[in-house]
Design a protein around this ligand. Structure first.
Ligand code: DX5
Ligand code: ZN
Length: 223
């Protein structure tokens, strides 16, 4: 299978003291840069804010900045991330689901691509109402909040459901998988139908991160 799968390194997996050097070690071999934004409340961790997106945009003017907001109140920050240079913003379905549809529209009006994130306890059925306006559907294969966790197998089933729905309904979203992806399971995840793979700790923990992405792409290509 030769379908082009995109690789989105999660900078959360990089040494916080040298994020720029970690990105440079990829030698441009990535497709998107994935930013995990955490508020310490929606998830039990804190990360970074719009200034990180701004700094990345300044240093990597052509990069696709893929922002994953793990926030109770994404409305307080989505416009600031768009102004900072975010290319795409995905918000969690579990944060005030009654506001989700309008949230996606607002992000698109502000000038970025918009999407929805499903934490492991959320079903595809629960987000069906926003699929017509989603540019991305991010399926989390770990509990949101931390890198380095093993993936939950059932997330692949959601990916397969999303592929089916997209073809039946003619939706346009890309399907992204986030959590525990590494060389050993990337091809299987891609084969289930994921279009974009987030890779954090496995990638930045590797002695040769640029080679690691190349090997993931090879594995996908072979399968
Ligand atoms: C978890 C984050 C993930 C994480 C992926 O809340 O959304 O993006 O950084 O990291 P790994 O690849 O280490 O699971
Ligand atoms: Zn993420």
């Amino acid at each position: 299978m030769t379908r082009g799968v995109l690789i989105a390194p999660s900078i959360l997996g990089a040494d916080p003291l040298s994020v720029g050097a970690a990105i440079d070690s990829l030698a441009g071999g990535y497709d998107w840069l994935h930013l995990d934004v955490m508020d310490g409340h929606f998830v039990r961790n804190l990360s970074f804010g719009p200034d990180m997106a701004k700094a990345l945009r300044r240093r990597y003017p052509e990069a696709f900045l893929d922002v994953h907001l793990m926030l109770d109140n994404p409305d307080a920050f989505s416009a600031a991330f768009v102004r900072a240079g975010a290319s795409q913003i995905a918000v969690h379905a579990e944060a005030e689901p009654q506001l989700l549809y309008g949230r996606l529209l607002k992000i698109r009006e502000a000038g970025a691509r918009a999407g929805v994130v499903l934490a492991p306890a959320t079903t595809v059925e629960q987000v069906r109402f926003v699929l017509p306006v989603a540019d991305i559907v991010l399926v989390m294969s770990v509990t949101p909040g931390f890198g380095g966790q093993p993936p939950i197998e059932s997330a692949l089933e959601k990916v397969r459901d999303l592929v089916r729905l997209r073809s039946v309904e003619n939706y346009r979203y890309l399907i992204q998988m986030d959590g525990g992806i590494k060389l050993e399971n990337a091809a299987r995840t891609a084969a289930a139908g994921a279009d974009v793979l987030v890779v954090g700790s496995a990638l930045f923990g590797s002695p040769d991160p640029a080679g690691y992405i190349a090997r993931i792409k090879e594995e996908i290509h072979k399968s």
